[in-house]
Design a protein around this ligand. Structure first.
Ligand code: KG4
Ligand code: ZN
Length: 340
């Protein structure tokens, strides 16, 4: 089975060709990604209408290029998968519209894939040693949740943020430090130059079973404001603030993951989503006693189409198909993705 996969849920256009032989794990034959970060930087965030138009422009040449790199033609493709949600509605419509058109033109099945299920299963693509069950810490710009992953379509929600996502906490803090959008990786790069900081932030979520970044967000805003006008333009002050912020976000995530390991008894942990690229987070999760840690390859931490093809293939194999009339789903909790 050869699946063409399209990912257009936010500001990354991505295309992949994924192959599955027998029962073996799906393998990515070729994949490409085109980021719109520069386009949205001037606005300080993703502009949905602009993002949708970019996907429309990028998909035709990206599909052609990715098929070429996989050394296959469109006639060799046996099924097509596209992200159906969660994400920006207009953006999802572009990818799903393309997928449906290809399916109709070539008489092949189509499947709408859950983007978070892609992140949840992504570590399986790059870690032959990882198997079910494992805990997935999904940390991205729009999501922060911990799931017990017991199989394809068997996801138990353990914890989920009630407000901001970890990536948002990074990006909003970076904005307060005067760093360009998306500031998460920039804040992390500054923070990684330091090993300590005199700035202190409260350990906000320790006494609460849930995840919430709103208290920390307020504490960060107050701490930065307290330094006074212009303080953040001082490289040293900015760096030490960045260290304290990163440390507080990472500590909160590590606390929650440690609690999830205790409550489920699962020691195998996968960190996934854009924030899984964060080095401090990786190091701190690796240091959790008894944790065995798995990470997606660099190209599969952020949004990508490989993970959409992987999920698509696993589900096509089980006989799943989408109706051509199916709408996109901007909200679509991953734990509802049960297989019959
Ligand atoms: O998964 P992703 O590419 O897109 C979403 O589905 O949201 O995640 C993007 C998020 C952004 O908030 C970005 O700032 C954050 O991941 N991010 C990082 C790092 N790299 C990306 N945050 C902290 N440290 C990083 N190294
Ligand atoms: Zn994502």
């Amino acid at each position: 089975m050869l699946v063409l996969a399209l990912e257009t849920s936010c500001d990354e256009t991505a295309v992949a060709v994924v192959r599955g032989e027998g029962d073996a794990r799906p393998v990515v034959c070729a994949e490409s990604i085109s980021s719109q970060i520069k386009l949205h930087a001037d606005y300080g965030g993703v502009v949905p209408e602009l993002a949708a138009r970019e996907h429309l422009k990028a998909l035709p040449w990206m599909i052609e290029r990715t098929l070429g790199e996989a050394k296959v033609s469109i006639g060799d493709i046996t099924a097509v998968a596209a992200t159906r949600g969660p994400g920006l509605k207009g953006c999802l419509l572009v990818g799903c519209g393309f997928a449906k058109a290809i399916a109709l033109a070539h008489g092949i099945p189509v499947l709408g894939v859950n983007h978070i299920e892609g992140h949840v299963l992504a570590p399986l693509m790059d870690n032959p040693g990882l198997d079910f069950p494992y805990l997935a810490l999904v940390v991205s710009g729009g999501h922060t949740e911990i799931l017990a992953v017991r199989g394809v379509g068997r996801y138990e929600l353990i914890n989920r943020t009630s407000d901001d996502a970890a990536g948002e906490a990074f990006d909003k803090s970076a904005n307060l430090l005067g760093l360009e959008y998306p500031g998460g990786p920039r804040l992390a790069a500054l923070a990684d130059k330091y090993t300590s900081s005199d700035f202190v932030l409260p350990r906000v979520m320790r006494n609460d079973p849930g995840i919430s970044f709103s208290g920390l967000k307020t504490a960060i805003a107050l701490l930065i404001a307290k330094q006074g006008e212009g303080a953040v333009s001082d490289e040293e002050v900015r760096g030490r603030l960045a260290f304290a912020i990163q440390d507080a976000i990472v500590t909160a995530l590590v606390d929650k993951l440690t609690a999830a390991m205790k409550s489920t008894g699962i020691r195998h942990v996968a960190i996934t989503g854009g924030v899984s690229a964060n080095r401090a987070l990786r190091a701190r999760v690796r240091a959790i006693p008894r944790a065995e840690v798995y990470l997606p390859g660099d190209q599969h931490c952020m949004d990508n189409a490989g993970m959409i093809g992987y999920v698509g293939l696993e589900r096509f194999r089980r006989g799943e198909r989408s109706d051509l009339r199916a709408d996109v789903q901007s909200r679509w909790p991953v734990e509802t993705m049960r297989l019959e």
